[in-house]
Design a binder for this molecule. Structure first.
Ligand code: MN
Ligand code: MN
Length: 305
């Protein structure tokens, strides 16, 4: 039995990547034989973080042999994990999303309704009395800033705020200054194709019967991204056809002002109008104050579907 593999979700974000590294650090300190992995390419924001702290990216895995011991971080949903998850031996899950998994054996499952997996991991370090060094603190801080958009997303809890305060002391980083630089690094779309942009942070979600894809891109300037509206729409149409979707929502999220411009395509695009009481003009509308897919899209869209 090889090392236990630790990984976050497909289309990994900063939380998934850094949580696998941090969880591997914690497990190693607890005497367990583990390796941090990832299920996809590193995004620009995460690249900035790893470079900043001089940390290597986790090993990319394409597939994992049946029966292997694994630890999941930042996800528990089989749809967002490796394809043969049901054939793997899940030892632990540490996550902050709805619980979507059932297995026939006992496992350590730690889910808390906080803004970021790293907020939970930070608490676990304390519980196990393991020291959080400067680098680990920086990685944790980065992920919390990323997931909560600098503590402005409605997913933010008091625990996230407290963690950021303590982690900024340990890491010596000013979360406002460092955080904005990090978030901005993640908004550089110049090297991506349209299809890549649409898949950077895309989740397949069914709003009741409405088969949907909700993609999100962060930006410091909505008009800059909207210059590509035509091309984005063409790409969205292709994905709708290929994946047989009823709806594709692209959220272009302004990280400075905490709003999202939505582009909605597909036969059920009207659901966006109904849910947010907006009128789509030319397939698009501004959703004021909307930044969180988990809290401000999934529940509202499901309720109105
Ligand atoms: Mn994530
Ligand atoms: Mn997360």
């Amino acid at each position: 039995m090889g090392k236990t593999l630790i990984f976050g979700h497909k289309n990994p974000d900063t939380d998934s990547i850094t949580s696998s590294i941090v969880m591997a650090n914690l497990e190693t300190k607890l005497g367990n034989n583990v390796e941090a992995c990832r299920l996809g390419v590193i995004n620009k924001e995460t690249e900035y973080v790893l470079n900043y702290f001089g940390v290597q990216a986790p090993t990319l895995v394409e597939s994992i042999e049946d029966g292997r011991n694994v630890i999941l971080v930042d996800h528990g949903n089989p749809l967002e994990s490796v394809d043969n998850l049901d054939k793997l031996n899940i030892l632990k899950v540490v996550d902050h999303h709805p619980v979507k998994i059932t297995v026939a054996y006992p496992l350590y499952y730690r889910a808390e309704p906080v803004g970021c997996t790293q907020t939970i991991l930070y608490k676990m370090y304390k519980e196990y009395n393991v020291e959080v060094d400067k680098k680990i603190a920086g990685l944790m801080l980065s992920a919390i800033i990323s997931d909560t958009l600098l503590l402005k997303s409605p997913t933010t809890t008091e625990e996230d705020k407290k963690a950021v305060e303590e982690l900024s002391k340990i890491s010596g980083l000013d979360p406002q200054v460092y955080g904005l630089e990090m978030l901005k690094a993640g908004t550089d779309l110049s090297s991506f194709t349209i299809d890549e942009i649409l898949h950077l942070d895309a989740k397949k979600i069914d709003f009741k019967e409405v088969k949907s894809m909700v993609a999100q891109v962060n930006t410091a300037s909505i008009p800059d991204v909207m210059k590509m509206q035509k091309e984005l729409e063409t790409g969205m149409k292709e994905i709708i056809e290929k994946e047989n979707l009823d709806l594709f929502m692209l959220l272009i999220t302004d990280i400075i002002n905490s709003n999202s411009q939505v582009i909605a395509m597909g036969k059920d695009a009207g659901l966006v109008e109904k849910a947010y009481k907006v009128k789509l003009e030319n397939n698009t509308a501004l959703l004021e104050g909307v930044v969180s897919r988990k809290k401000q899209v999934v529940p509202i869209m499901t309720e109105n579907a």
